[in-house]
Design a protein around this ligand. Sequence first.
Ligand SMILES: Cc1ncc(COP(=O)(O)O)c(C=O)c1O
Length: 456
Amino acid sequence: MTMTTANNGGYPDHLWRPMTQHQPMRGGLPNRMVSAKGCIITDQNGNNFLDAIAGLWCVNIGYGRTEVGEVAKHQMSELNYLAPIMSSGPVIDLAEKLQKMLGFDSHIYFSCSGSEANETAFKIARQYHLQAGNGGERRYKIISRYRAYHGNTMGAMAATGQAERKMGYEPGPAGFIHVMPPYPYRGHPKLTPEEHAEECAHQLEETIIHEGAETVAAFIMEPLISGGGVLVPPDNYIPRVREICDRHGVLLIFDEVVSGFGRLGTMFGYEHWKTQADIYTFAKGLASGYIPVAATVVKEHIFEKFEGAPSEMRHFRQINTFGGHPVASAVALKAIQIVEDEKLPENANKVGTYMLRQFQQSLADHPYAGEVRGKGMIMGIELVEDRKTKAPLSDDKVMAIVGDCVRNGVILGRNSNTIPGRCNILLIAPPLILTQSQADQIVETVTAAMRKAIAK
Ligand SMILES: Cc1ncc(COP(=O)(O)O)c(C=O)c1O
């Protein structure tokens, strides 16, 4: 066995990091992160970083909640694992809790990641149409949107509308089709945001018609596109999508992997648009990143079509070894309790709205600030070379700004490896416990980094 030791005198390094080019690290490895509390992550040298992206927009309740650890410890000692075909107390309770929070009759299938939750939704949608008895046996296509991210497994990647995430891994499975989401900033200048959204909804309907509605199983969308660049839909879009799906017998899936559990300033993203889906997927905020857990929530009218005698093979023929894990379920219940007890959606709304306003003011005259947008505790800053032409800022300059923020103690994201030439959006989505003074720190650090970037 060989052991490599980093040439910076650091630690042995065999870790293949996601989304990372390793070659530049040959000059020195990143510091090892060792602990975290609240919104702050600390490295091995005692440096503190304000995590303005909540891990991967998932640590909604913040880091270091020992009470969550206590729950995990207790559950591991009581019943550390149970095959998912059996039912542990925590998983039954979690299904019950989610059903109550959502407020409609449903059945809930658990898995371990957002990708799996979406794969599960696609399979349920296809099987539903086969078994619904309303002539939908040929429905298998899934329509989704450019810029959206739905996961890294083959089906979820096929639904993802980000070319750079797919290059080298295609062809994917057949039957995945994309339409444009509302993106007023880059929409036709003659259209108002609402007219632009109406046009996007119209294009969705035209796509369904041109594909043959009788071949389309489902339309999947995030209520607000997150990793693809924080695209906030005008208010008329989502209700129109619902109407179109209903008119053509297409199931509507809301991917609430990011927007669920407070991120948009409401417990669930769809509440903003007062529109419901047929199937919902959740992951990140479900256990606030304390443990892997994901859920596919299916409205009862769909679940009913899976009932019948065992020999009819109408049941859902999927199992995930770690789906419905008792420890993950107990931890999720505790994390949700904290979100509710501490009214974190309200804080996300209050502090998030404040931070958005501060950003809009501090960057009002900045030549690189194309648009600052967001909702609740999620915002995107679209960086451009020129505010008139909207030419995206170069990768090097965007990276320099992100790097400068990290060196100054604020970790944030950008929409890296998404759309060729359009990875120019800074992403900010801190834990929902963020305070106003931490919001100020984020705004000051990002603004200073952007000012420094012009000077170069
Ligand atoms: C909206 C959305 N859906 C699905 C996923 C996939 O989740 P996971 O990484 O847990 O597979 C992500 C991950 O970032 C996401 O942002």
